[in-house]
Write a protein that binds this ligand. Structure first.
Ligand code: SAH
Length: 360
């Protein structure tokens, strides 16, 4: 249920419709200024499936259920970013992040539990791959997050930048995008609001084009030697040359651009020479560049560059005529920022994170 901001006094949590009896529901309907018959409409949506006859409903209920994740724990950052940790039906956990920013609310969704890749600056990479998520488990992250939105909130963008490598779970990714964008029965979102981020599985880039979503490529290094150190598995599959050739071949619609992501690691890939090589690598590709200052996590030796170093890097890239942005780091205190999703020791989690809600 949705209504315009300000139609009702803003509360921290939405009204639980299940907690309302007929009288309560009719009071709510009155507050909206809606006609009285809305009360019955809403109650029927909750308790009945009236498009289907009684016999069919009974038959369906005997054989089928709408199963949701066993548990969801929410951690809230001081900057209002919320990290949702979902326990799946086999006991594994997967993380999703809601990132409010001015008039946008972005959801960052996972496609795998863990990751096949071993990028040395990413916490998820240290877990190894536990398993691919199924399409319904990808959707479940979105639906659970939607259930928990505050009054007046609406998800405006979705990025596949959570745990895992989306292109290594292509079938489930495509099916989830189909359900997100399907207008007659799905969520009906425009594919332009969706971005898939890949570490660089070059041969599979072409499979993203027909989905109509935006594509982001995590470049992160400007020479193969450097990339082989930072992202050994993916660089072994496709060299920088192969990856950029695939980007050049990518069938971009006229008004769209690719995004190149570049994690900035202090003293490693943040030199002026790196910035200059980066501009040369992407020359001629319709693109923008997102610089992501490294988000630190316990046990990892990399460090975040100083603000000065970040600005200097950005200035060189900008001077070459490229659109280059520095991604704001959000949710770091709840380990909800880029590269911070994954399993840490439970003692650390209890000490560091602010749990705001838990449901069985
Ligand atoms: N596997 C996909 C999507 C997940 S990572 C990919 O590699 O694109 C999403 C983004 O976070 C990537 O650009 C990745 O390079 C970046 N990232 C990973 N670990 C990070 C960290 N610790 N700090 C900042 N960015 C990180």
């Amino acid at each position: 249920m949705r209504h315009e901001k300000g139609a009702l006094p803003l509360r921290t949590a939405p009204t639980n419709l299940l907690a309302l009896d007929e009288e309560g529901m009719s009071r709510l309907v009155e507050q909206f200024g809606w006609p009285a018959y809305r009360t019955g409409q809403i109650l029927r949506c909750i308790y009945q499936m009236t498009d289907l006859g009684q016999a069919d409903r009974t038959a369906l209920a005997l054989q089928a259920t709408i199963q949701r994740a066993a548990r969801c724990t929410v951690f809230q950052s001081v900057d209002h970013t919320r990290k949702l940790v979902l326990t799946l039906n086999d006991g594994l956990t997967v993380e999703t992040v809601l990132i409010p920013d001015e008039d946008r609310l972005t959801i960052c969704v996972s496609t795998q539990v863990g990751c096949t890749l071993d990028c040395s600056f990413c916490l998820t990479g240290t877990m190894g791959l536990k398993r691919n998520l199924k399409p319904h488990e990808i959707m479940e992250q979105v639906l659970t997050a939607q259930d928990r939105l505050l009054l007046g909130e609406r998800i405006t963008n979705l990025v596949f930048m959570g745990m895992g490598e989306p292109l290594a779970n292509m079938e489930a990714l495509s099916e989830a995008i189909r359900r997100l964008t399907n207008k007659p029965w799905g969520l009906g979102w425009s594919p332009r609001r969706i971005t898939v981020s890949t570490a660089g599985l070059a041969a599979r880039l072409k499979d993203i084009a027909p989905l109509g979503v935006n594509l982001a490529i995590s470049l992160n290094a400007t020479t193969d030697d450097q990339r082989a150190t930072l992202m050994p598995a993916v660089n072994g599959i496709a060299s920088l040359k192969t990856l950029l050739a695939a980007c050049r071949r990518y069938p971009l619609p006229p008004t769209r651009r690719l995004t190149f992501e570049y994690v900035l690691l202090a003293g490693v890939n943040d030199h002026a020479d790196d910035a200059r090589r980066l501009t040369k690598l992407v020359r001629g590709i319709a693109c923008k560049i997102n610089l992501i200052p490294f988000n630190e996590f316990p046990g990892n030796p990399f460090r975040r560059p100083s603000e000065g170093a970040i600005s200097a890097f950005q200035a060189i890239v900008r001077k070459a005529g490229l659109d280059v942005f520095v991604r704001k780091s959000r949710g770091r205190d709840v380990l909800g920022a880029c590269g911070q999703l994954g399993n840490l020791s439970p003692e650390y989690v209890v000490r560091a994170l602010t749990q705001i809600e838990s449901r069985c």
